[in-house]
Design a binder for this molecule. Structure first.
Ligand code: PLP
Length: 442
């Protein structure tokens, strides 16, 4: 068996779309975390999400090394289950959740409540109650009406720590649907329109709320550190304004997540090391206006979970059209809605057997009743690819499992964790029984 290391060196975590522990041989052998992916497909069925535990841990450590004094809060929305919670916790990270469901998983896994930040632009009263009842460390205020509602839920003798999410008015991010830092998005409170200022005034008047800092999140798939430097400058100015207006020095500054990963070889990600300068920017800016340096928080989701995940599909049909040849697999937009939502591109390989055929371009489609159910256009695969072959798709660890649906009454795939040569089922496949159980009938 000839093994070849993929271009994803363990020290430069943002460099390739495959997990650091991925190995591919010319004979079709493919492994992640020391586990043969073809055997995973056989044992757990397809489609299946495979998560490389070591890759997740490596990425957590890269953040801690790049920003040693900052708080690294993993954004659960990228990929979340109890196993992930255990890995994130044992790597010493904090956590960002944005729903009662994500909070429930965290608590079921024993994730410490004080290390949880609760987000959401439209938190329901029940979610606010769950956050307060669970004693989450911080709640991010994203709406004026939320302030009274939240304060009313806090029991006497307790003070709930809150951050205010402001709009720094910086446009960054790979796609309009994932940009959130500019005016006229549904997230955050406008500095320019005076709403952020009003939120601060109201919170400071609430004895059961303790304002501890400001928050912003610019968007996702941001490839440069510069937009973060800009947002840090805007937020430090706001901290100074609050100090001048109210005599209150806020100790925290949360710059959100959104750090890009490579989805295909040659695409640029934003390596955590490149964010190291953020701490210095904040320090310089604070020194310039005589403000104590706040503790920095960053909230990476995709950059921790994304490249750790590989999805395995089985080819069902290879169909020649007039202009293209389609490779149809047993999953699709229900397990990975990103190509249909954002036009996202993915890298994939046929695994499990040797071939001496050259490569040609195929359109890889799913099995759903939707012509937009395309996983990849013009992707190079062996010319003799045929039904029964297994495809491995890279960088599917983030926003695949967490965004999966049951469209066409298709159960969601299992999550298989691989580590040190062992594969473990950590989320089971959703079966027809699960789907039928919800349908209570007439
Ligand atoms: C508030 C907040 N923090 C962090 C993230 C994580 O973003 P990413 O996974 O791109 O790092 C998001 C994503 O939507 C977010 O809304």
């Amino acid at each position: 068996m000839s093994l070849l290391i993929t271009p994803s060196p363990a020290t430069e975590t943002a460099d390739g779309p495959w997990p650091a522990g991925a190995r591919f041989g010319a004979d079709g052998h493919a492994e992640v975390g020391g586990v043969d992916l073809t055997k995973v497909a056989g044992r757990f069925g397809t489609p299946a999400y495979v998560m490389d535990e070591a890759d997740v841990r490596l990425r957590c450590r890269a953040y801690r090394a790049a920003l040693p004094r900052a708080e690294i809060a993993y954004a659960a929305k990228a990929f979340w289950c109890r196993a992930m919670a255990a890995w994130i916790r044992s790597e010493g990270l904090a956590l960002d959740v944005c729903s009662a469901g994500e909070l429930a998983v965290a608590r079921a896994a024993g994730f410490p409540a004080e290390k949880i930040i609760f987000h959401g632009n439209a938190k329901t009263p029940a979610e606010l109650r769950a956050a307060v009842d669970e004693r989450v460390g911080r709640i991010v205020v994203d709406d004026l009406t939320e302030i009274n509602r939240l304060a009313a839920l806090v029991p006497a003798g307790m003070r709930q720590k809150v951050l205010v999410r402001v709009i720094p008015d910086i446009e960054a991010g790979a796609h309009a649907a994932i940009r959130t830092g500019g005016e006229d998005h549904k997230f955050g409170l406008s500095i320019a329109a005076g709403v952020a200022r009003e939120a601060v005034n109201r919170i400071l008047r609430q004895p059961r709320l303790e304002l501890v800092g400001l928050h912003c999140h610019l968007g996702s798939q941001i490839v440069a550190a510069e937009p973060y430097e800009q947002s840090a400058r805007v937020l430090v100015e706001q901290l100074a304004r609050i100090r001048d207006a109210h005599g209150v020095t806020l100790p925290q500054l949360d710059l959100g997540g959104g750090h890009a990963i490579a989805y295909t070889s040659g695409q640029a990600g934003l390596a955590p090391a490149r964010l190291g300068s953020l701490a210095a920017t904040v320090e310089r800016r604070c020194a310039g206006i005589g403000l104590p340096v706040p503790r920095l928080t960053v909230e990476p989701g995709r950059a921790i979970a994304g490249p750790a995940g590989v999805t395995l599909y089985r080819v069902i049909a290879v169909k020649k059209g007039l202009r293209r040849t389609y490779v149809a697999v047993d999953g699709g937009m229900s397990d990975n809605p990103r190509p249909a939502m954002y036009g996202s591109r993915y890298e994939m390989r046929m695994i499990g057997r040797a071939t001496h055929e050259g490569e040609r371009d195929f359109t890889v489609v799913g099995h759903h009743c939707e012509s937009g159910d395309t996983l990849a256009e013009a992707v190079a695969l062996p010319a003799d690819i045929r039904p029964g072959d297994v495809l491995a798709v890279a960088a599917t660890g983030a926003y695949n499992h967490s965004m999966a649906s049951t469209y066409n009454m298709t159960g969601r795939p299992p999550v298989v964790a691989v580590s040190r040569g062992k594969a473990r089922l950590v989320v089971r496949r959703e079966g027809l029984d699960d789907l039928l159980r919800r349908d209570v009938g007439l």
